[in-house]
Design a binder for this molecule. Structure first.
Ligand code: HEM
Length: 438
């Protein structure tokens, strides 16, 4: 077998991290799906990981770090550590995925808080652009696969019409980020060819990120649609990480009595979430039968383990006792610890600012309005998610061991804030998943 030969020859040579034979290893994972990789290869990779770890310089070089992160992701099932974060390879994308604020140093990941002003408040541009670039690259890569899958993940190929629809929706999902990056107008959402333009454009955005992006695609099975599923989830993780930054900045601004800045950060967060709607539409083109096939092998990996989503929720408002003591938070222990340690929230910061007279006049109204708009965006996200899950999953339980859609129905109207009034179930305008509106 090619990968065994290449790995053994790499091991018996200098075994430098930057010459690791990623291509044959990836090819083997893609040929059978992560769930079905032979024990022989897994044992060899495990041996390599031990050797790389033992001989790693301190601090590890970027190449060593990349190799170790890749091996951790590739060996998650072998180690018995398989979960949502390893399934999505969040560490390879340098998105926050642990108890710390992310695996990378400030500035080299996409979950950073941006540059600091003299007044200690974060300036958002750098971090926002980093996430915009990542989102565009994830979507562009998903569309590139739709257009030219080669012999990768051959089961349940979608029709040409579905591929064309995916291209349109994907370009639409990436458009707001492209506009912020000053690249609007380079692509239009009319035909598949524009998805190829998007791919070419994305490749120039972060050339050094091409290898990690390639390594972050390890489907558990060989179903075509799993590629789309993974990239859409990763794109949402990128988005949630951004919302976390915006909410933290909102809290800091409220505490400093900077109402306008707080309103701006929150309004930006709300726009992000709403503008991401086409991502759900894109995922709604997934073939339910294909989804049900590959999800047999994703048992134990569920977005209920999404750290960024729970941080986002708890930064809006401290969750009540029963929610905190439920699987929703017990599956993200590091977020639970933060909440128990008194993590501040927008809701509390708003109340305190009102109490201290920091939010009077029109600026206070702006903050209130931004809170209402953000809450509406979150509630809309939850409703759409519930509808999509109902369509794809039916009455089956979730891979995160909840009863499935009844859980989502129960949590979808949890108030986002309690310090301002907002309607937990306003009528839905259009349904991004293409199903009936609620
Ligand atoms: C085929 C599409 C999807 C289905 C069938 C689905 C299904 C589910 C189910 C059943 C749960 C409950 C937990 C469990 O037992 O697993 C859940 C939770 C969750 N899902 Fe999805 N989901 C889908 C797509 C997505 C996407 C694209 C995202 C974006 C990241 C997402 C984010 C979440 C989050 C954050 C939770 C936790 C909600 C909470 O605990 O309040 N899901 N999903």
């Amino acid at each position: 077998m090619r990968f065994v030969r290449e790995l053994t020859s790499w091991l018996s040579g200098a075994a430098e991290a930057d010459s690791f034979p990623y291509t044959p290893v990836l090819a083997e994972y893609h040929r059978v799906g992560k769930h079905f990789v032979e024990k022989e290869l897994l044992a060899l990779l495990d041996q390599i990981r031990a050797q790389v770890t033992a001989s790693a310089p301190e601090p590890p070089t970027p190449a060593v770090r990349l190799l170790r992160d890749f091996l951790d992701v590739a060996l998650d099932k072998w180690d018995g550590r398989y979960d949502y974060r390893s399934y999505l390879a969040l560490r390879l994308l340098r998105l926050p995925c642990g108890a710390d604020d992310g695996p990378g140093e400030e500035g080299d990941r996409h979950g950073g808080e941006g540059n600091r002003h003299d007044d200690g408040l974060a300036r958002p541009d750098g971090a926002r652009h980093g996430r915009d670039r990542l989102l565009v690259r994830l979507v562009a890569d998903a569309l590139a696969f739709e257009l030219a899958p080669g012999d990768l993940l051959p089961e349940d190929r979608p029709s040409r019409e579905v591929v064309a629809k995916r291209c349109r929706l994907g370009v639409r999902a990436a458009s707001p980020a492209l506009a912020r990056l000053g690249l609007a107008g380079a692509v239009h959402d009319r035909e598949p060819a524009t998805a190829a333009t998007l791919r070419a454009l994305a490749a120039g955005l972060e050339p050094s990120g091409e290898l990690p992006l390639r390594l972050s695609m390890l489907p558990v099975y060989v179903s075509h649609d799993e590629y789309l599923f993974i990239r859409v989830l990763q794109a949402y993780e990128c988005l949630f990480a951004g919302l976390v930054d915006e909410l933290r900045a909102t809290i800091a601004a409220l505490a400093a009595g900077r109402a306008r800045q707080a309103a701006d950060r929150l309004a930006y967060a709300g726009e992000q979430l709403t503008a991401a709607g086409p991502l759900f539409s894109l995922l709604a083109t997934m073939q339910p039968a294909a989804f049900r096939t590959f999800r047999q092998y994703t048992e134990g990996a569920s977005a209920i383990q999404s750290r960024s989503y729970k941080l986002m929720e708890s930064l809006c408002r401290t969750p009540e006792g029963p929610r905190l003591e439920s699987p929703a938070y017990h599956q993200v222990p590091e977020v639970l610890d933060r909440v128990r340690a008194g993590q501040p929230s927008v809701d509390e910061a708003f109340r305190a600012a009102v109490r201290d007279g920091l939010l009077s006049g029109p600026d206070g109204d702006l903050v209130e309005q931004a809170m209402r708009t953000f809450a509406a965006a979150v509630l809309q996200w939850r409703r759409t998610h519930h509808r999509l899950a109902t369509r794809m999953l039916g009455p089956r339980p979730g891979t995160g061991y909840t009863e499935g859609t009844p859980y989502l129905a129960a949590v979808r109207s949890i108030p986002v804030f309690t310090s301002v009034t907002h309607d937990p179930s306003p009528p839905s305008r259009t349904d991004p998943t293409g199903g009936s509106t609620s």
